[in-house]
Write a protein that binds this ligand. Structure first.
Ligand SMILES: [Mn+2]
Length: 410
């Protein structure tokens, strides 16, 4: 039986105010072709289908159109989709009865009183599999576990119990290869510096991979945007996003994972996704004077690009020419790019890392994560300059972010 694992599509995402519809469309067309050519029996989408809990109608339409077209080309395909932290559990579940007609199963929420609801026995023409389709777990999904305890459980303990119950339920089914899915931050995973909106920026809520136990033949994860295996196990993997979600992800090698489950074991192979729309930072390395930057822009050769690339330019904060915007705009004239702004960069003298930059373009401030903003606020304050952010303040901020996330306010 052949499985394709992908995640974090973020349909409906705007990238610096530019719609990504065409790019997503190109990816989905590639995916349909790949499902056909690779003769895939089961497609797993491990959360964050949409970028927000209230995606634009065009994004929902895109998902349904993809399922319809794909089923026309691969009538025997089965699809399992779980909700991620960006998705609305309720919204995803609304289409459940209709999607079931297309052998597509969606799981939005985990109920600790009904763990069987996330356990799906899937029967394909090339074999069966039991899938533990665990969606992103919010603290509120786990609260009923607390009633059985004297001490309130931590989030991590609740997540471990949810997997234990679901895996136990799966083990009671007729024997078949076992696949676990999840949308969480597993311990040790590489996180991207500015686009993963999650519970865990401080690191304390990363989940140990031991909760998956040794039972599953494959664990298909979503949430981290960089493709990687977890805890040095080839069969526990993040597929990563199909396209960069931020400038810091522009060098990731985007992929889907092809998993073959046979009697003799599991084989896992990444399949790289073509880049449909380039994400360019100019210059890539150190800042150059304004006139050189304008020259670089004018020299950009974009004739081979199907979709206009995203372009963001970097200008040293020491460059004091006040007409920089006009000059850059002039250089951009006639260039088929989706312009993503000017980053005023100050190389920090006390930083070892050359990549470490200060962002001064206020309009792009939301592209930064709250922790780096806090660090910068400290660095920029004349009374506190040079001091590290106190640990207590860091953890307070994490706590606030957790609470906002739990209430879906971020
Ligand atoms: Mn996520």
């Amino acid at each position: 039986m052949k499985v394709l694992h992908t995640s974090d599509w973020h349909l409906g995402q705007q990238f610096y105010e530019h719609s990504r519809f065409d790019e997503h469309q190109a990816f989905l067309a590639w995916l349909t072709d790949t499902l056909v050519s690779e003769k895939i029996d089961l497609l797993l989408v491990a959360g964050d289908i949409y970028h927000t809990a209230t995606p634009p109608a065009s994004a929902e339409n895109q998902l349904y159109q993809f399922i319809k077209t794909t089923k026309q080309h691969c009538p025997d395909l089965h699809i399992v989709i779980i909700a991620g932290n960006h998705d609305s559990a309720n919204r995803i579940m609304a289409a459940k009865p209709l999607l079931a007609q297309f052998d597509t199963y969606v799981v939005g929420r985990f109920d600790s009183n009904a763990p069987h609801e996330v356990v799906l026995p899937i029967s394909t023409k090339n074999g069966d599999a039991n899938v533990v389709a665990m969606p992103f777990l919010r603290s509120s999904d786990l609260s009923s576990y607390n009633r059985q305890q004297e001490q309130p459980l931590t989030y991590n303990q609740g997540v471990a119990l949810a997997y234990k119950d679901a895996l136990q339920t799966a083990s009671e089914l007729p024997s078949a290869p076992l696949i676990a899915m999840g949308h969480l931050h597993a311990k040790g995973g590489d996180i991207s510096s500015d686009s993963e909106r999650n519970l865990v920026i401080g690191g304390e809520d990363a989940i140990s991979a031991s909760i998956f136990t040794d039972q599953p033949d494959y664990v298909a994860l979503g949430h981290l945007h960089k493709a990687q295996s977890v805890a040095k196990k080839e069969t526990i993997r993040y597929s990563g996003t199909p396209m960069p979600m931020s400038f810091s992800e522009r060098r990731y090698q985007h992929q889907v994972v092809i998993v073959e489950l046979t009697d003799s074991g599991t084989s896992v192979n990444p399949l790289y996704i073509p880049s449909f729309c380039k994400v360019m930072l100019l210059p890539e390395k150190d800042c150059v004077p304004l006139n050189e930057l304008c020259e670089l822009i004018k020299q950009l050769d974009l004739t081979d690009e199907d979709l206009a690339p995203y372009l963001r330019v970097k200008l040293s904060a020491h460059d004091t020419d006040t007409t920089f915007r006009e000059q850059i705009e002039q250089a951009l004239e006639g260039k088929q790019v989706k312009f993503c702004g000017i980053e005023r960069v100050r190389q920090q003298s006390n930083q070892q890392d050359d990549e470490q930059t200060l962002f001064e373009d206020v309009s792009q401030i939301e592209a930064l994560n709250p922790h780096s903003l806090l660090e910068q606020a400290f660095a920029n304050n004349k009374d506190m300059a040079g001091q590290a952010v106190p640990k207590e303040l860091e953890s307070l901020l994490s706590q606030v972010i957790d609470e906002l996330n739990a209430e879906d306010l971020l």
